[in-house]
Design a protein around this ligand. Sequence first.
Ligand SMILES: Nc1nc2c(ncn2[C@@H]2O[C@H](COP(=O)(O)OP(=O)(O)OP(=O)(O)O)[C@@H](O)[C@H]2O)c(=O)[nH]1
Length: 324
Amino acid sequence: MSNANIDLGDIHWLMDILQNIDVGLVVLDHNYNVQLWNGFMESHSGISPQKAKDQNLFELCPEIPGDWFKQKSEAVFQLKTRTFTIWEQRPYLFKFKNYRPITGRAANMYQNTSIIPLESVDKQVDHICIIVYDVTDVAMNRQDAENAGRSLSELSQTDHLTELNNRMIWEQDVKREFTRCRRSGTPSSIAILDVDNLRNINAGFGHNVGDQVLKVVAESLRQTTRQTDFLCRFGGDLFAVLLIDSDESSATEFAERMRHNIAQLEVATNNQPVQVTSSIGLAQINNRFDSHLRWMLAANKALLHAKQQGGNQTTLYHPKMSEF
Ligand SMILES: Nc1nc2c(ncn2[C@@H]2O[C@H](COP(=O)(O)OP(=O)(O)OP(=O)(O)O)[C@@H](O)[C@H]2O)c(=O)[nH]1
């Protein structure tokens, strides 16, 4: 259902779903004031949507560590991609009592949480949505049966479609590499790659073809990167590579090879095969970056430039691009 087709009736039942769905939904503006607080949040916190509306999240829920949460959310606002936290890293974001009869041993509800960007019609991200999943049963079962099957943590490290590591794991690698480069003075670089026009491919050939495009791009990247590099599906049509011991010039050479290999790919459809192009933003670590997030944002900035210049190209980050 496209936005243009939504009528008042649709909105009515959409609101019903939001209120009754068995996950927590909280929409925040950029000042971290609550704009939406659904029924799940009300029944577990005792705070009504009317009371929550326009309240600052950190005043409403003092248990949430402000600095940590803001750092995570800023990346969502700026990079426009989702981020998440699993209960193993942080048992909960919102401190809710656990009322489940079977898992009554847990004092508080264990939660997995996602933070997703909400794009307005002009493509700006002025709001984010927190999605809260109650995973108390999973957490309790896990503690009871440590040897049972693959752990949730393993599953949550891998992107199901491409089987690449997901962003959460990659970001930990970047953080570690940031510290290592700072200590050793050696340069490493980040490449963020965006598949061009995936929206049109989905619209023209169907979502399955779009999925296939992402899979073959992932495979091509896997084959192009060195064993020492770290590759992930960053989210949506974005991939990222951490290029160890690569300065600007070798990173550019690598990125152009990646782009060239992707341009050779063809994905079969019922009609003519689809060809794929990509845009790449590159940033070598530098002393002005005060954290690994700045480093990632620099590569993203370069990517935006590549896109603004028409896509299908590689752009190197330059401090003059920076506004931070
Ligand atoms: N098939 C498929 N599509 C996805 C997946 N994840 C994200 N997308 C789609 O990727 C598109 C990304 O949109 P945009 O960021 O506007 O990218 P684009 O169409 O590639 O446009 P440019 O980036 O400007 O070239 C959206 O239409 C998403 O629905 C996925 O797992 N499978």
